[in-house]
Design a protein around this ligand. Sequence first.
Ligand code: RAM
Length: 539
Amino acid sequence: MKHARLDFASVPSAAQREAWRQTAETLRPVLQHKTVSPVSMVEQLHDPDAWQGIRVIPVAAAAELPNRRWRKGDSFILDFGEHHVGYFIFAMRIAGCYCDSPVSLRFLAAELPFELAYKAENFKGSLSQAWVQEEYVKIDELPGSIRLPRRYACRYLRVDVLATPDTLVFDRIEFDTVAAVNALPETPSSLSGIEREIYLTGCRTLRDCMQSCFEDGPKRDRRLWLGDLYLEAKVNAVTYRRFDLVERCIYLLAANVDEHGMLPACAFENSNIQTNCYIPDYALLFPALLLEHYTACGNREIVEEFYPLAVHQAELFQTFLQEEECLLKKAPGYWFFVDHAPGLEKDTAEYCIYLFSLRNLAELARLLHFPEDEARFLHEYRHWRELLRARTIDPGNGMLRSGVTGQISEASQIWGVLSGVFTPGEGRHALKRMEELAETVRSCNPYLYHYLLEAYLVCGEEEKARKLIDDYWGGMIRLGADTFWEVFDPSGTAPVLYGDIYLVSACHAWSCTPCFFLRRWHDADSGNASFPSPIPSVQ
Ligand code: RAM
């Protein structure tokens, strides 16, 4: 049987993209400011039992700061009590003597205690060292106050006095914090203990990523990513409900499609900066994002407006498909992502995400009353589902294999469930086997583990989903997290991304999703709503 070409939508014109950019501009949020003062002065200690080997202990109340006198070579660390995003303001003076020369200071803003030990000369990262939140500043005239121009994401601030004409006094250090929202949402009353903390931490993580767009991490990248946005939109729907911000992000992404009409993996708010990063599996999530948005807030117009673009993402993906082996025909210039796991064979998961996209498109077509489209998507879906089943399910162990090596990974099994390639019973078996099988390529990424939570629910394994939330996200909290991290390996080693641990973000949007599950379970338990199927079903 020859599969159906979708052959449906066209590439948006430059005028269309400009119109989308202007709509995004009208949806720019007013950022909320809140002044946060430090709660204590702390010291860092080496402790082999602490996460990344360093912890802090309070040594004085922050109110002590104006009474302290600092000379060349002195340093101190302030703890602001929890993670925030914002701008630092310092009010300083020289005690007693005339200020006849500048003051030279080093600032180091840190999300985690470990970052306070940063030494620039040891940096080995493959991304710019400028992401590290270290600044050298000279102040010519005191007394006075300065506001650092750059925005920081941190809980701790280290100040090193490099040179000063005489003893230096900090009368006040404040953090002018910013976010599109300020108050944390109410915690569902049925949550207690660690679940309550997980919910709060997830809300804090999302709050700090909600700036003038949904950012991935306010320390590193600081920009809108399509894959992150999909998960942020899910959590936003049950917490802050800032649907205007979701819509701004949809318009921003659409305004940045490439010459083929592919949605970018990430977009900059500044129209003079064009990304060159394209992740086909992120583009395939666009139909699910629209469906999620429609289900959450009922705005049918935006779904109608972007339906052709959503269809086009699946059309574009067809150029990567090959029937013979179900291997990807990779093209240069595209990053097939799925997960950060080194050595991961992504072919099968990518095909499954294509099927996931078709299921969501079929549901969108049904909602918009396009029965012919719906039939076409389902026809395409069934064709590739049969092929994938025949070519990638191992008849011996019932698991999905991927790539030329026939690799078994968590990513393949999880997307095998969410695509509907596995029946729920087969999926339950595959998810269990993947836990047991030593050769399974495993993830250390909350992004993939979000989808594992969804996969457990599809297979009727709510207890396993609850346990994963406790072990994985609860694991971060037990190690002192007050926002959830970009990557985490509960076995104890801190995963490194982009060649250097200082580049890893400790407040990362894609890790806030337990809030979505905890809130929905709470609502279902209190009879307010039923837990929705995370993916539309296909008859
Ligand atoms: C990293 C970031 C971002 C993610 C991409 C694929 O750079 O963590 O959140 O979406 O990878």
